[in-house]
Design a protein around this ligand. Sequence first.
Ligand SMILES: [Ca+2]
Length: 329
Amino acid sequence: MRFLILLLIQVVVLISLFTNSSVLAVLINTYYPEMILISGGTFKMGADDSGFEEERGAENVTVSSFCIDKYEVTNAQFTEFVKATNYVTVAERPLSKEQFPDLPDEERLPGSLVFQMPKPGVKQVQLLSWWHWTPGANWQHPFGSDSTILGKESYPVVHIAYQDALAYAQWAGKSLPTEAQWEYAARGGLDGATYTWGNQYSAKKANTWQGIFPFFNTKADGYVGIGPVGSFPANGYGLYDITGNVWEWTSDWFSLGHNNKAFSVNPTGPDKTFDPKKPTETALHVIKGGSYLCAPNYCSRYRPAARESESPDTGTTHIGFRLVKNLQR
Ligand SMILES: [Ca+2]
Protein backbone atom coordinates (compact mmCIF):
# COMPACT_ATOMS: atom_id res chain seq x y z
CA MET A 1 0.00 0.00 0.00
CA ARG A 2 2.76 2.40 0.99
CA PHE A 3 4.58 1.63 -2.24
CA LEU A 4 1.44 2.37 -4.27
CA ILE A 5 0.96 5.71 -2.50
CA LEU A 6 4.58 6.63 -3.20
CA LEU A 7 4.17 5.60 -6.85
CA LEU A 8 1.00 7.69 -7.09
CA ILE A 9 2.80 10.68 -5.60
CA GLN A 10 5.65 10.33 -8.08
CA VAL A 11 3.21 10.18 -11.00
CA VAL A 12 1.49 13.31 -9.69
CA VAL A 13 4.89 15.00 -9.28
CA LEU A 14 5.57 14.38 -12.97
CA ILE A 15 2.12 15.64 -13.97
CA SER A 16 2.52 18.66 -11.68
CA LEU A 17 5.66 19.67 -13.54
CA PHE A 18 3.43 20.41 -16.50
CA THR A 19 0.21 21.53 -14.80
CA ASN A 20 -0.04 22.79 -11.24
CA SER A 21 0.84 21.33 -7.90
CA SER A 22 -2.52 21.61 -6.12
CA VAL A 23 -3.32 17.91 -6.66
CA LEU A 24 0.07 17.01 -5.25
CA ALA A 25 -0.52 19.22 -2.20
CA VAL A 26 -3.86 17.50 -1.52
CA LEU A 27 -2.25 14.08 -1.88
CA ILE A 28 0.59 14.97 0.51
CA ASN A 29 -1.87 16.45 2.97
CA THR A 30 -3.90 13.23 2.91
CA TYR A 31 -1.11 10.68 3.22
CA TYR A 32 1.57 12.67 5.03
CA PRO A 33 -0.41 15.14 7.18
CA GLU A 34 2.61 15.65 9.44
CA MET A 35 4.56 17.11 6.50
CA ILE A 36 4.54 20.25 4.36
CA LEU A 37 5.09 20.27 0.61
CA ILE A 38 7.91 22.68 -0.23
CA SER A 39 7.93 23.87 -3.84
CA GLY A 40 11.42 23.75 -5.27
CA GLY A 41 13.34 26.89 -6.18
CA THR A 42 16.65 28.76 -6.07
CA PHE A 43 17.93 30.60 -3.01
CA LYS A 44 21.07 32.12 -1.57
CA MET A 45 22.58 29.50 0.75
CA GLY A 46 24.88 30.71 3.53
CA ALA A 47 25.67 34.23 4.79
CA ASP A 48 28.75 36.34 4.09
CA ASP A 49 28.05 38.99 6.73
CA SER A 50 27.17 36.94 9.81
CA GLY A 51 30.68 36.90 11.28
CA PHE A 52 30.88 33.11 11.16
CA GLU A 53 33.53 31.70 8.81
CA GLU A 54 31.69 28.43 8.21
CA GLU A 55 28.67 30.26 6.71
CA ARG A 56 30.64 32.25 4.13
CA GLY A 57 30.76 31.81 0.38
CA ALA A 58 27.00 32.27 0.05
CA GLU A 59 25.93 30.92 -3.32
CA ASN A 60 22.82 30.34 -5.40
CA VAL A 61 21.56 26.83 -4.87
CA THR A 62 18.54 25.11 -6.39
CA VAL A 63 16.48 22.42 -4.73
CA SER A 64 13.66 20.31 -6.20
CA SER A 65 10.27 20.07 -4.50
CA PHE A 66 10.17 17.89 -1.39
CA CYS A 67 8.14 17.38 1.78
CA ILE A 68 9.46 18.13 5.27
CA ASP A 69 8.12 17.48 8.76
CA LYS A 70 6.21 20.44 10.23
CA TYR A 71 7.69 19.69 13.64
CA GLU A 72 10.83 18.25 15.18
CA VAL A 73 10.39 14.49 15.79
CA THR A 74 8.77 14.14 19.23
CA ASN A 75 9.19 11.76 22.15
CA ALA A 76 5.77 10.28 21.25
CA GLN A 77 6.85 9.56 17.68
CA PHE A 78 10.19 8.09 18.76
CA THR A 79 8.37 5.90 21.32
CA GLU A 80 6.26 4.45 18.49
CA PHE A 81 9.43 3.66 16.54
CA VAL A 82 11.13 1.95 19.50
CA LYS A 83 7.99 -0.06 20.31
CA ALA A 84 7.83 -1.27 16.71
CA THR A 85 11.52 -2.09 16.30
CA ASN A 86 13.06 -2.52 19.80
CA TYR A 87 15.76 -0.12 18.59
CA VAL A 88 18.42 0.77 21.17
CA THR A 89 19.94 4.24 20.73
CA VAL A 90 23.66 4.95 20.82
CA ALA A 91 23.34 6.61 24.26
CA GLU A 92 21.77 3.42 25.64
CA ARG A 93 24.69 1.21 24.56
CA PRO A 94 27.87 0.70 26.62
CA LEU A 95 31.01 2.25 25.14
CA SER A 96 33.02 -0.43 23.39
CA LYS A 97 36.58 -1.42 24.37
CA GLU A 98 37.58 -1.25 20.69
CA GLN A 99 36.56 2.39 20.31
CA PHE A 100 37.62 3.57 23.79
CA PRO A 101 40.52 1.30 24.84
CA ASP A 102 41.80 3.61 27.60
CA LEU A 103 38.56 4.09 29.53
CA PRO A 104 38.07 2.22 32.84
CA ASP A 105 35.03 -0.10 32.91
CA GLU A 106 32.91 2.24 35.05
CA GLU A 107 33.27 4.92 32.42
CA ARG A 108 32.02 2.58 29.71
CA LEU A 109 28.49 2.72 31.09
CA PRO A 110 25.83 3.98 28.66
CA GLY A 111 25.24 7.70 28.90
CA SER A 112 25.29 11.03 27.15
CA LEU A 113 26.25 14.69 27.54
CA VAL A 114 23.88 16.82 29.61
CA PHE A 115 23.92 20.62 29.81
CA GLN A 116 24.23 22.01 33.34
CA MET A 117 24.13 25.68 34.19
CA PRO A 118 27.09 26.75 36.39
CA LYS A 119 26.27 27.01 40.10
CA PRO A 120 24.82 30.37 41.28
CA GLY A 121 27.59 32.87 41.98
CA VAL A 122 30.02 31.36 39.48
CA LYS A 123 31.02 34.13 37.07
CA GLN A 124 33.63 32.45 34.88
CA VAL A 125 33.82 28.97 33.38
CA GLN A 126 35.93 27.18 30.82
CA LEU A 127 34.52 26.87 27.33
CA LEU A 128 32.21 23.82 27.01
CA SER A 129 32.59 22.97 30.72
CA TRP A 130 28.77 23.13 30.93
CA TRP A 131 28.57 19.74 29.23
CA HIS A 132 28.63 16.84 31.71
CA TRP A 133 28.99 13.18 30.79
CA THR A 134 26.00 11.63 32.58
CA PRO A 135 25.64 7.84 32.88
CA GLY A 136 22.03 6.82 32.27
CA ALA A 137 21.19 9.93 30.21
CA ASN A 138 19.35 9.04 27.01
CA TRP A 139 16.18 9.93 25.10
CA GLN A 140 13.95 8.38 27.77
CA HIS A 141 15.91 9.96 30.64
CA PRO A 142 17.17 13.28 29.25
CA PHE A 143 18.92 14.45 32.44
CA GLY A 144 20.06 11.06 33.79
CA SER A 145 18.42 7.91 35.12
CA ASP A 146 16.20 9.78 37.62
CA SER A 147 14.62 11.95 34.92
CA THR A 148 11.71 11.00 32.67
CA ILE A 149 9.85 12.03 29.53
CA LEU A 150 6.46 11.16 31.03
CA GLY A 151 4.20 14.13 30.36
CA LYS A 152 6.65 15.38 27.72
CA GLU A 153 5.32 13.37 24.80
CA SER A 154 5.09 16.48 22.60
CA TYR A 155 8.66 17.61 23.35
CA PRO A 156 11.34 16.96 20.71
CA VAL A 157 13.27 13.74 21.27
CA VAL A 158 16.91 14.43 22.27
CA HIS A 159 20.14 12.46 22.84
CA ILE A 160 19.76 11.31 19.25
CA ALA A 161 22.98 10.31 17.50
CA TYR A 162 23.18 10.47 13.71
CA GLN A 163 22.68 6.73 13.28
CA ASP A 164 19.63 6.85 15.58
CA ALA A 165 18.06 9.47 13.32
CA LEU A 166 18.93 7.37 10.26
CA ALA A 167 17.34 4.27 11.80
CA TYR A 168 14.14 6.20 12.53
CA ALA A 169 14.13 7.61 8.99
CA GLN A 170 14.45 4.16 7.48
CA TRP A 171 11.54 2.90 9.60
CA ALA A 172 9.41 5.92 8.66
CA GLY A 173 10.23 5.60 4.93
CA LYS A 174 11.75 9.09 4.90
CA SER A 175 15.23 10.66 4.79
CA LEU A 176 17.34 13.11 6.70
CA PRO A 177 17.32 16.48 4.90
CA THR A 178 20.36 17.67 3.01
CA GLU A 179 21.67 20.95 4.38
CA ALA A 180 20.35 22.71 1.25
CA GLN A 181 16.85 21.28 1.72
CA TRP A 182 16.86 22.21 5.39
CA GLU A 183 18.08 25.77 4.82
CA TYR A 184 15.72 26.40 1.90
CA ALA A 185 12.78 25.20 4.01
CA ALA A 186 13.94 27.16 7.06
CA ARG A 187 14.07 30.43 5.13
CA GLY A 188 10.34 30.10 4.48
CA GLY A 189 10.53 32.24 1.35
CA LEU A 190 12.46 35.11 2.99
CA ASP A 191 15.55 34.75 0.83
CA GLY A 192 18.57 36.47 2.36
CA ALA A 193 16.89 37.35 5.68
CA THR A 194 18.92 36.91 8.87
CA TYR A 195 16.22 35.01 10.74
CA THR A 196 13.38 32.77 9.61
CA TRP A 197 10.96 35.64 10.41
CA GLY A 198 12.92 38.68 9.13
CA ASN A 199 15.96 40.73 10.11
CA GLN A 200 15.27 41.68 13.74
CA TYR A 201 16.00 39.29 16.59
CA SER A 202 12.96 38.46 18.72
CA ALA A 203 12.72 36.25 21.80
CA LYS A 204 9.10 35.50 20.87
CA LYS A 205 9.83 33.86 17.52
CA ALA A 206 11.91 30.84 18.57
CA ASN A 207 13.02 28.96 21.68
CA THR A 208 16.44 30.48 22.34
CA TRP A 209 18.40 31.62 25.40
CA GLN A 210 17.81 35.09 26.83
CA GLY A 211 20.25 36.40 29.43
CA ILE A 212 23.95 35.69 29.63
CA PHE A 213 24.83 32.17 28.53
CA PRO A 214 25.59 29.93 30.39
CA PHE A 215 25.09 31.76 33.70
CA PHE A 216 21.47 32.85 33.74
CA ASN A 217 18.37 32.62 31.59
CA THR A 218 15.69 35.29 31.99
CA LYS A 219 13.06 32.99 30.48
CA ALA A 220 11.77 35.93 28.41
CA ASP A 221 10.52 33.47 25.79
CA GLY A 222 8.72 31.35 28.41
CA TYR A 223 11.23 28.49 28.46
CA VAL A 224 14.55 27.80 30.18
CA GLY A 225 14.91 24.40 28.52
CA ILE A 226 13.33 22.76 25.49
CA GLY A 227 9.61 23.29 24.98
CA PRO A 228 6.78 21.31 23.34
CA VAL A 229 7.03 21.43 19.55
CA GLY A 230 4.86 24.15 17.99
CA SER A 231 5.10 26.55 20.95
CA PHE A 232 6.45 29.36 18.74
CA PRO A 233 5.07 30.79 15.47
CA ALA A 234 5.62 28.85 12.23
CA ASN A 235 7.85 30.24 9.48
CA GLY A 236 6.56 31.29 6.06
CA TYR A 237 6.28 27.65 4.91
CA GLY A 238 4.40 26.50 8.04
CA LEU A 239 7.38 24.88 9.80
CA TYR A 240 7.64 25.09 13.58
CA ASP A 241 10.84 25.38 15.64
CA ILE A 242 12.95 25.09 12.50
CA THR A 243 15.31 27.41 14.37
CA GLY A 244 15.65 27.12 18.14
CA ASN A 245 14.41 24.43 20.53
CA VAL A 246 16.78 21.65 19.35
CA TRP A 247 19.50 21.41 16.71
CA GLU A 248 18.60 19.18 13.76
CA TRP A 249 20.79 16.65 11.93
CA THR A 250 21.37 16.93 8.18
CA SER A 251 22.91 14.33 5.89
CA ASP A 252 25.79 16.57 4.66
CA TRP A 253 29.37 16.22 5.80
CA PHE A 254 30.66 19.43 7.36
CA SER A 255 33.30 21.60 5.75
CA LEU A 256 33.94 25.35 5.91
CA GLY A 257 31.85 27.62 3.69
CA HIS A 258 29.70 27.07 0.62
CA ASN A 259 31.91 27.79 -2.37
CA ASN A 260 31.71 24.17 -3.49
CA LYS A 261 27.94 24.55 -3.94
CA ALA A 262 27.99 27.40 -6.49
CA PHE A 263 25.02 27.20 -8.84
CA SER A 264 24.46 23.60 -7.94
CA VAL A 265 21.21 21.68 -8.04
CA ASN A 266 20.23 19.51 -5.09
CA PRO A 267 23.74 19.56 -3.52
CA THR A 268 24.49 16.83 -1.02
CA GLY A 269 27.56 18.37 0.59
CA PRO A 270 31.30 17.75 0.28
CA ASP A 271 32.86 14.29 -0.17
CA LYS A 272 34.74 14.52 3.09
CA THR A 273 34.57 16.45 6.30
CA PHE A 274 36.88 19.10 7.72
CA ASP A 275 36.47 21.47 10.63
CA PRO A 276 39.60 23.41 11.70
CA LYS A 277 38.13 23.63 15.23
CA LYS A 278 38.20 19.81 15.40
CA PRO A 279 41.17 18.86 13.19
CA THR A 280 41.39 15.23 14.32
CA GLU A 281 37.74 14.47 13.55
CA THR A 282 37.18 12.88 10.16
CA ALA A 283 33.41 12.31 10.26
CA LEU A 284 31.34 15.33 11.19
CA HIS A 285 27.82 16.05 10.00
CA VAL A 286 26.21 19.46 9.67
CA ILE A 287 23.59 20.30 12.28
CA LYS A 288 21.28 23.27 11.74
CA GLY A 289 18.94 25.65 13.50
CA GLY A 290 20.56 26.21 16.87
CA SER A 291 18.82 25.34 20.12
CA TYR A 292 17.37 26.65 23.37
CA LEU A 293 21.02 27.07 24.44
CA CYS A 294 21.87 29.61 21.72
CA ALA A 295 22.16 33.12 23.09
CA PRO A 296 23.00 36.49 21.52
CA ASN A 297 26.12 36.68 23.74
CA TYR A 298 27.36 33.24 22.74
CA CYS A 299 26.59 31.45 19.46
CA SER A 300 23.54 33.21 17.91
CA ARG A 301 22.91 30.14 15.80
CA TYR A 302 19.11 30.50 15.64
CA ARG A 303 19.50 31.58 12.00
CA PRO A 304 18.90 29.59 8.79
CA ALA A 305 22.46 30.18 7.55
CA ALA A 306 24.01 29.05 10.84
CA ARG A 307 25.68 25.64 10.92
CA GLU A 308 27.79 23.59 13.27
CA SER A 309 29.69 20.33 12.96
CA GLU A 310 28.80 17.39 15.15
CA SER A 311 30.25 13.94 15.62
CA PRO A 312 27.75 11.27 14.49
CA ASP A 313 27.90 9.44 17.84
CA THR A 314 27.05 12.53 19.88
CA GLY A 315 23.46 13.20 20.93
CA THR A 316 23.27 15.59 23.93
CA THR A 317 20.31 17.37 25.49
CA HIS A 318 19.90 19.72 22.57
CA ILE A 319 20.14 17.68 19.37
CA GLY A 320 17.11 16.16 17.63
CA PHE A 321 15.93 15.96 14.03
CA ARG A 322 13.16 16.26 11.48
CA LEU A 323 12.81 14.35 8.20
CA VAL A 324 12.06 14.91 4.54
CA LYS A 325 10.26 12.90 1.91
CA ASN A 326 12.00 13.19 -1.44
CA LEU A 327 9.55 13.28 -4.34
CA GLN A 328 12.00 12.59 -7.14
CA ARG A 329 14.65 9.92 -7.35
CA1 LIG B 1 14.90 23.16 15.78
